[in-house]
Design a protein around this ligand. Structure first.
Ligand code: ZN
Length: 481
């Protein structure tokens, strides 16, 4: 701390309180304090069923006293709680990259609208069944709440030093996870000469060599890193096999005469799938099928991609230069209206249906699952992480029947997984990212993973980097000097 009166060279310490993604995956929220400054790094929704109550409970700080919110990326488990804090008094800037801001502008109002629809469904169901649920029969926030907070978005450039409150400065760097995703380095300006304390938040990290996006940049030099661990105990298959695996699954489903239903977030994963599908079509490795991206947001998100070619990797740039955009090919249809979405079910023969949400927790995928899970000839293909307690996880784990819209649905379809498409780095990718820093971190806090994954990665970091590595629990506070 600064000594009273006169200059001092003592560093201003930074404290971090872990309010989410602490021994679980979703709800990323880190309260950072430095002197009188107070910022929240990520402001995400909890999505695991047993932790949903935390979305409804108050936060242990006054939203109106925050200087700023910093978002690593647009996914709702990192950004989806902003409308709640804004409604409860937060009025400061929400710093994020331009691409993140553009995607957030699409996602948050949509989340608000889904909240309203879900609340209405719930209210009617409870009325019918004459019972009360665990949570209020009102939306967590409305579309209107979400639209109101969008004016707070304050875009920053990668590498730019941004003063985010008091003596605290932030620098965003490419994280290779989704378009606009970042790691964030926070640094306190020392009380006098030189730099003060610093720490890095990894955000969600992509693995190297993924299509479309550039690889993650190394973290800035800091002795202290908060790192995600979604796949902290696993290794992905070879990304080069993704095309062959996808071709095998598409061809087997066409032969069986069913649909290929792919639960996928409208942002990014759907675009990566299109990237692979368009390449397979060009190479004649799969037949020409109707491919539906059933998402009212997908068209707008595709436009964000097209506006941000500066974020593409070399391979994608080369494709764009030769006018072979993976987002346009014969048979590909982006579906916006509900009528067109329903019409997909009337199509005869096989089709590929990509719809959100990725973990089947809401959205149009539920209708396609209700239709296709009972059909032995259809295939459900999981391409992303399925958090514990989600419908996607139940199906992926081999449930013989599931509940959808209050009905029991038998599972007779094939269920496949394609791991190489993950937007998250695996165990080796995470370790390599830590090692790529100019300064070996001395303290590592492992977050954003189920306990087994986080513990396993912490043990690996201790062994390979010789650092102190811990897995903080919800509410823990640490101080960095
Ligand atoms: Zn993410």
């Amino acid at each position: 701390m600064s000594a009273a009166g006169g200059a001092t060279t003592l560093a201003m310490s930074i404290s971090v309180t872990f309010l989410g993604a602490a021994r679980n995956v979703t709800g990323s929220r880190y309260l950072v304090r430095c002197g009188s400054a107070q910022v929240l790094v990520d402001c995400g929704l909890y999505q695991e069923r047993e932790l949903l109550h935390r979305n409804w409970e108050g936060v242990p700080f006054r939203p109106g006293e925050l200087d700023a919110i910093l978002l690593t990326h647009a996914h709702l488990d990192h950004s989806g709680f902003v409308p709640v804090l804004a409604r409860e008094g937060f009025g400061g800037p929400v710093y994020c990259t331009e691409a993140t801001a553009e995607i957030v502008r699409i996602l948050l109002p949509d989340a608000g609208r889904l909240n309203e629809e879900d609340a209405e469904h719930k209210r009617r169901r409870h009325e019918r069944e004459r019972r009360k649920g665990r949570f209020p029969e009102k939306p967590l926030y409305t579309e209107e709440d979400a639209r109101r907070c969008l004016g707070l978005l304050s875009p920053v450039r990668y590498g730019e030093r941004v003063s985010v409150g008091g003596d605290l400065e932030a620098v965003f760097r490419e994280a290779g996870h989704i378009l606009g995703s970042s790691s964030i380095c926070l640094r306190s300006r020392g009380g006098g000469a030189g730099e003060g304390a610093s720490l890095v938040f990894s955000g969600d990290l992509g693995g190297p060599g993924r299509p479309i996006l550039r690889d993650p940049e190394p973290p800035c030099d800091s002795g202290c890193v908060v790192i995600e661990s979604t796949y902290g105990d696993r290794l992905h298959g070879d990304a080069r096999d993704v095309g062959s695996e996808l071709a095998r699954i598409v061809n087997a489903t066409v032969e069986a005469g069913g649909n290929l239903v792919i639960p996928s977030f409208a942002v990014e994963r759907a675009h990566e799938l299109l990237y692979y599908l368009s390449a397979l079509l060009e190479e004649d490795r799969i037949p020409h099928l109707m491919v539906f991206v059933d998402s009212p947001m997908a068209v707008s998100v595709t436009e964000v991609f097209e506006r941000h070619a500066e974020l593409f990797d070399e391979e994608m740039l080369a494709r764009m230069r030769s006018r072979r955009s993976p987002f346009e090919f014969p048979g590909l249809r982006f579906v916006s209206s509900v009528e067109d979405s329903k019409a997909i079910n009337r199509i005869r023969g096989s089709a590929i249906i990509i719809a959100g949400s990725g973990m089947c927790t809401g959205g149009r995928i539920k209708h396609h699952l209700a239709r296709n899970l009972p059909r032995a000839e259809s295939t459900i293909l999981f391409v992303g992480y399925q958090a514990a307690g989600t419908l996607g996880r139940q199906i992926a784990d081999g449930a013989r029947e599931v509940r959808i819209f209050g009905e029991t649905v038998p599972v007779r379809s094939r269920v496949e997984r394609l791991e190489g498409l993950s937007a998250h780095a695996d165990r080796n990718g995470l370790l390599r990212w830590l090692e790529s820093s100019g300064r070996r971190p001395e303290r590592v806090f492992v977050t954003h993973g189920e306990p087994a994954a986080a513990d396993s990665f912490a043990a690996l970091a201790r062994e390979r980097l010789g650092c102190e590595a811990t897995v903080p629990a919800y509410g823990d506070t640490v101080v960095v000097d």
